[in-house]
Design a protein around this ligand. Structure first.
Ligand SMILES: Cc1cc2nc3c(=O)[nH]c(=O)nc-3n(C[C@H](O)[C@H](O)[C@H](O)COP(=O)(O)OP(=O)(O)OC[C@H]3O[C@@H](n4cnc5c(N)ncnc54)[C@H](O)[C@@H]3O)c2cc1C
Length: 472
């Protein structure tokens, strides 16, 4: 009998738990399957660029698997609903005795997986699931009274103690016994997901590219703690799209950081320590989503913030989405998102806080827009980032600590290099004017730059947000 491996957000052959175990235990060969579920993707607001990126990576995965004698088959199913029946039919047709997959943690995906497992069970097909997307599985870190942590720092302390035990990387499987099945061709596009982002140029597909980015970043990781907040510099790894699609594992990332730090995370390599902390944040937000599933169902973590009187202002929302708020750092961030499918972390915080505080617009609208645009859109991390910025989440920024967009740009884009790259109409505006409301208005008048005036006075916006939160 053969084994069937179901690929989802783990599009790689190296260090893939489900694939490795399926290959280890198979005597008659391994078959792989990937399901196209475009309607479901639409319901989940998955970005067009992300779907295109997934497909390019599935194509690359199919080629790697073919070299191991593992054919990749494509299942078409508009939503998750039909998957249990279709997967069982596929396994039965090809005489597969077991189904292997890596766990998903989102509510709909968990339900889907349970239904697939139940159908397999009824059909006599064994199911094996693995924790693979995160370094430390969500339920493995608990408080003394066996609850989910709500705060990152104590969670991180335990995460650190468990890290080394989780660092066994699994190699790509050996060549399998050939099966007489041809791989399916992988479509390059999915209907309804047309992206204007040049994916091939910006986010080339494949494990080789992900590993190239990782090793390139390894050369600069020492400067991560100082460079990671400067959007004009390539101070971060830009691996998030690859991590979110599972083209690289977070274990592989942590292994690199450990290697450059002499085998243990310590203060000696500050950059590596801080970077691993980001991988821990990634696990933490998945842990929060599993422990408090309401956060993935459009509910704030802090229930009382449900009562905030968010403003319903379509024009302001549109100006923010288009990068036309009149605040250069906010606009540069939003334009980076719209043009590339990715935004620098500092700017994600600045733009998210601007929407939820200065404009007092519901964080859920921003969360949704990000999801519709991001190449790395991930429910747990995106929701965590939005609820952090909106002060509605667990361990989030206190509501009165509102980033001033001008101070942020002065501090993190002092020369205005990043702003001018994304907002070329401001090219002749002196850098100092980019960080000061009065000087900016004057410089725009003098240079004749075609740049929008402020969508809100930031001081008034700040006061309005403080009043809304204080009223709770
Ligand atoms: C409002 C908002 C929305 C966000 N939405 C997402 C999202 O949908 N998907 C996503 O992967 N990240 C999200 N983040 C977190 C972070 O901004 C991105 O992970 C990071 O910018 C990706 O760039 P990088 O790969 O160069 O990161 P690096 O700085 O190189 O970090 C390495 C990896 O660690 C993880 N990581 C880093 N920071 C965080 C964080 N704060 N939370 C969780 N994981 C983190 C990512 O997987 C990242 O690739 C969001 C943050 C905010 C404030």
């Amino acid at each position: 009998m053969k084994n069937l491996v179901w690929f989802r957000r783990d599009l790689r052959v190296e260090d893939n738990s489900a694939l490795f175990e399926a290959a280890q235990s198979s005597t008659e060969g391994v078959i792989a399957v990937y399901a196209l579920t475009p309607k479901q993707w639409q319901q989940h607001d998955d970005a067009a660029c992300k779907v295109q990126f997934w497909l390019a990576n599935v194509q690359s995965l199919s080629q790697s698997l073919a070299k191991l004698n593992i054919p990749l088959l494509i299942l078409k199913s508009s939503t998750f609903e039909e998957l249990p029946k279709k997967i069982v039919a596929l396994a039965t047709k090809h005489q597969c005795s077991s189904l292997f997959f890596n766990r998903a943690y989102e509510v709909n995906e968990l339900r889907r997986d349970d239904e697939v497992a139940a159908s397999c069970d009824a059909a006599g097909i064994a199911v094996q699931r693995f924790h693979d997307r995160v370094i430390i599985p969500p339920k493995e870190i608990a408080t003394k009274d066996d609850r989910f942590y709500k705060v990152f720092t104590p969670y991180r302390k335990i995460w650190d103690t468990k890290l080394m035990d989780r660092m066994t990387l699994r190699p790509a499987p050996k060549k399998q016994k050939p099966v007489a099945i041809e791989p399916d061709s992988v479509p390059t596009k999915a209907q309804g997901f047309q992206s204007s982002t040049d994916i091939d140029a910006l986010w080339p597909a494949g494990e080789t590219e992900a590993q190239r980015r990782l090793s390139n970043f390894a050369d600069h990781i020492g400067q991560y703690s100082s460079g990671r907040d400067l959007p004009a510099e390539n101070g971060t790894s830009q691996l998030s799209g690859y991590l979110a699609a599972g083209v690289i594992s977070s274990r592989q990332c942590a292994a690199m950081a450990l290697e450059v730090s002499g085998g243990r995370i310590s203060d000696e390599n500050e950059g590596a320590r801080v970077w691993v902390s980001e991988l821990a944040w990634r696990d933490f937000y998945t842990h929060v989503m599993v422990g408090f599933p309401r956060v993935s169902m459009h509910c704030p973590f802090k229930a009382k913030t449900e009562a905030i009187s968010w403003r319903d202002d379509e024009d302001d929302l549109k100006a923010w989405q288009a990068g036309r708020t009149g605040y250069p750092i906010v606009d540069a961030g939003m334009r980076q998102l719209n043009q590339t499918g990715w935004m620098h972390n500092r700017l994600r915080m600045v733009t998210a806080m601007f929407l939820t505080k200065h404009l007092l617009i519901d964080w859920r609208l921003g969360e949704r827009y990000f999801m519709q645009k991001l190449i790395d859109g991930d429910l747990a991390a995106n929701n965590g980032g939005w609820q952090w910025s909106a002060s509605t989440g667990t361990d989030s920024v206190p509501y009165f600590r509102i980033f001033n967009p001008f101070s942020q740009s002065k501090r993190f884009d002092t020369e205005g290099q990043f702003i001018k790259q994304l907002c070329p109409e401001l090219i002749d505006v002196p850098a100092k004017a980019l960080h000061d409301a009065g000087k900016l208005t004057k410089a725009i008048a003098e240079t004749g730059a075609s740049y929008p005036s402020y969508v809100v006075d930031y001081k008034e916006g700040r006061e309005r947000a403080l009043a809304a939160f204080k009223a709770l």
